[in-house]
Design a protein around this ligand. Structure first.
Ligand SMILES: NC(=O)c1ccc[n+]([C@@H]2O[C@H](COP(=O)([O-])OP(=O)(O)OC[C@H]3O[C@@H](n4cnc5c(N)ncnc54)[C@H](OP(=O)(O)O)[C@@H]3O)[C@@H](O)[C@H]2O)c1
Length: 317
């Protein structure tokens, strides 16, 4: 595997690969900061390339992990597809549906596997929520929430680098999760966004999605809090299920009572994403989260921005 991007999140990929993921070896890395890259190479005996294009030329790199600001994803994806390398690209797949569509088409034309790292769907407690949905009867609506601290990087408030704010950066996790939990497509969105501490992109958003089944999903997003919260609630005719990703706890409520509380053993989602990516490459089986899934999530984000700008619901094509 060749890793492009060795920042906050890329360092986690590197850590898991260095600790050992079945069928994987970290063959080369690339980042902008040449001094830090050389230092990493020295410490871990992994070749460093200041220019990611050189990493793509290596015959020992069979798959490329893209963990850079999303504005770089398209260019790297097209070049990697051209070089015949499989791709695991961090969310958001791209800054727009046009870019994401181009990337998916390029991978398909080149015959290279493309996975989008929509890692939230690998969170054990959220998987458990999906398994237990039958326990609450017909689901009337979902309520999803992700709150995080103020953006840790300056580029997250630069529209040309990040593509958007909390909707595209963290909302995209929940948009994909909604498709994963329901197995349905979302047909409409109504969104409102606001900038509280950010200048170029939104750091608060509230959205209402409508699923093809007619069920609704309310989503709350922010990057203004001290500390984090990630919660998924399924509200059914016979009860409610509440999954808290922070505590890895699933709670079932009937009437006013908590009738069941389950603590689900947690695992780092990147480790799981790397495992399933490698397994799909080895087995030549479909990617567990495809490029099309990544594209679909970007389309939901893009429709949300259009809705917020127009002040009315927008259909998602
Ligand atoms: N799935 C998740 O839960 C999750 C969580 C966090 C982040 N992410 C995603 O991961 C991506 C990176 O986020 P991050 O927090 O790791 O950001 P970050 O800390 O700023 O890291 C970005 C990395 O990209 C490198 N980079 C930038 N331009 C480059 C270029 N031209 N060539 C090679 N490398 C280049 C940077 O190099 P230098 O450091 O040398 O400047 C840095 O290592 C984003 O897409 C983000 O949405 C996903």
């Amino acid at each position: 595997m060749g890793l492009i991007g060795l920042g906050r999140h890329g360092a986690r990929y590197a850590k898991h690969l260095l600790e050992g993921v079945p069928s994987c070896r970290l063959a080369a890395v690339s980042r902008q900061d040449a001094r830090a890259g050389e230092q990493f190479a020295k410490e871990h005996g992994v070749p460093f390339h200041a220019d990611w294009r050189d990493l793509l030329r290596r015959p020992d790199v069979q798959a490329v992990l893209v963990v850079t600001p999303p504005s770089l994803n398209r260019e790297i994806c097209l070049a990697a597809a051209g070089a015949g390398k499989a791709l695991l690209i961090e969310k958001p797949l791209a800054c727009s549906t046009a870019e994401a569509g181009e990337m998916v088409a390029a991978a398909r034309a080149a015959g290279v596997p493309l996975m989008t790292a929509q890692t939230l769907r690998f969170t054990p407690v959220l998987r458990r929520l999906r398994e237990r949905l039958d326990a609450i009867g017909s689901v009337e609506f979902f309520a999803l929430c992700m709150r995080a601290e103020r953006p840790p990087h300056a580029w997250l408030d630069q529209k040309d680098k990040a593509g958007g704010g909390v909707v595209l950066e963290i909302g995209i996790h929940l948009f994909d999760l909604l498709r994963y939990l329901t197995g349905r497509e979302v047909v409409e969105v109504r969104a409102e966004t606001a900038k509280r501490h950010t200048k170029q992109v939104e750091d608060l958003a509230q959205l209402r999605f409508t699923l093809a089944s007619g069920a609704a999903c309310f989503v709350e997003l922010s990057r203004v809090s001290g500390g984090r919260l990630c919660r998924a609630e399924a509200v059914g005719q016979q009860g409610q299920l509440i999954a808290d990703a922070g505590t890895s706890t699933l709670t079932r409520i009937e009437g006013w009572k908590v009738v069941e509380t389950e603590t689900v053993p947690d695992r780092p989602t990147i480790e799981i994403a790397l495992e399933v990516f490698a397994r799909s490459l080895t087995d030549k089986s479909p990617m567990p989260v495809s490029g099309e899934d990544g594209l679909r999530a970007v389309a939901m984000a893009e429709a949300a921005y259009r809705s917020a700008a127009l002040g009315k619901p927008v259909k998602i094509g």
